[in-house]
Ligand binder design. Structure first.
Ligand code: ADP
Length: 247
């Protein structure tokens, strides 16, 4: 089995005339936890959205667990089965219960039976410590609880990697910790993760590597200790100064 789970090689992404990703090279090892940070508009969200083909790239190569991401629907489906994604907005179906939200994709995509899908859903709802809310509708839950459901829903597909796109930035401050704790638990269990977040405490605690982006480029990447205490680039230092002033 190849050590690299996700590989991006010379990836270029344009939105019409705007160059959003510039020569991105990134290899994520199995079990590795990466925190992606940088100013707003630097391309973080675009980068992770390319990994499960929510955005198409202009050139370069993205390989996930041996599958090269081409425009073929088969490749896209394969990669999306392997890579779970959690967004800033929870995107739960409002007219379905928590349990039903978690059962949908495994039944549709993995062709799980109803009983299997329900057992899996209950397992992961327990794992995010929300098993007792299974029969509620999303609107009956707090934002933090809804985000934990969104994490459980992604886990129900038993992904090999999880991508998080600012999962706590739409939450009220008192709910941030419960979601970060859930993510820390996942990290401890060995999940491969790429997290776009400004939660630098989380980065310190779980990241194997912190990557700093600016203007569509990876400017710097390092272990958290070096990244926070001895950043190599002026832009990283400026960013850290701003972030730390706000947190
Ligand atoms: P970040 O996640 O670092 O805030 P994004 O990846 O969301 O950055 O965006 C990077 C840049 O690409 C921004 O300048 C943004 O305005 C632009 N962009 C993002 N999505 C689109 C889109 N769908 N169409 C045009 N421009 C976009």
């Amino acid at each position: 089995m190849e050590d690299a789970l996700i590989r991006m090689e010379n990836v270029e992404k344009w939105y019409a005339g705007f160059h959003a990703l510039k020569n991105i090279n990134l290899t994520v090892r199995r079990g590795e936890k990466i925190v992606l940070c940088g100013p707003s508009g630097s391309g973080k969200s675009t980068l992770i959205r390319c990994i499960n083909h929510l955005e198409t790239i202009k050139s370069g190569r993205i390989v996930v667990d041996g599958t090269a991401l081409t425009d073929s629907q088969k490749a896209v489906d394969t990669v999306r089965r392997e890579v779970g994604m959690v967004f800033q907005q929870f995107n739960l179906f409002p007219h379905k219960t928590v349990l039903e939200n978690c059962m949908l994709a495994p039944m549709r995509v993995r062709k799980a039976s109803k009983a299997e899908a329900e057992a899996t859903a209950r397992k992961y709802l327990e794992r995010v410590r929300i098993g007792n809310q299974a029969d509620k509708y999303p609107a009956q839950l707090s934002g933090g609880q809804q985000q934990r459901v969104a994490i459980a829903r992604a886990l129900c597909m038993e992904p090999k990697a999880m991508l998080f796109d600012e999962p706590t930035s739409a939450l009220d401050p008192e709910m941030v910790k419960e979601v970060l704790d859930t993510m820390i638990g996942l990290a401890r269990d060995g999940m491969t993760m790429i997290c776009v977040t400004h939660e630098m405490g989380f980065a310190r605690q779980v990241a194997d590597r912190v990557i700093f982006m600016a203007d569509g480029e990876i400017v710097e990447e390092n272990d958290p200790e070096t990244f926070f205490h001895n950043p190599g680039h002026a832009r990283t230092r400026a960013f850290l100064g701003e972030i730390l002033a706000h947190h």
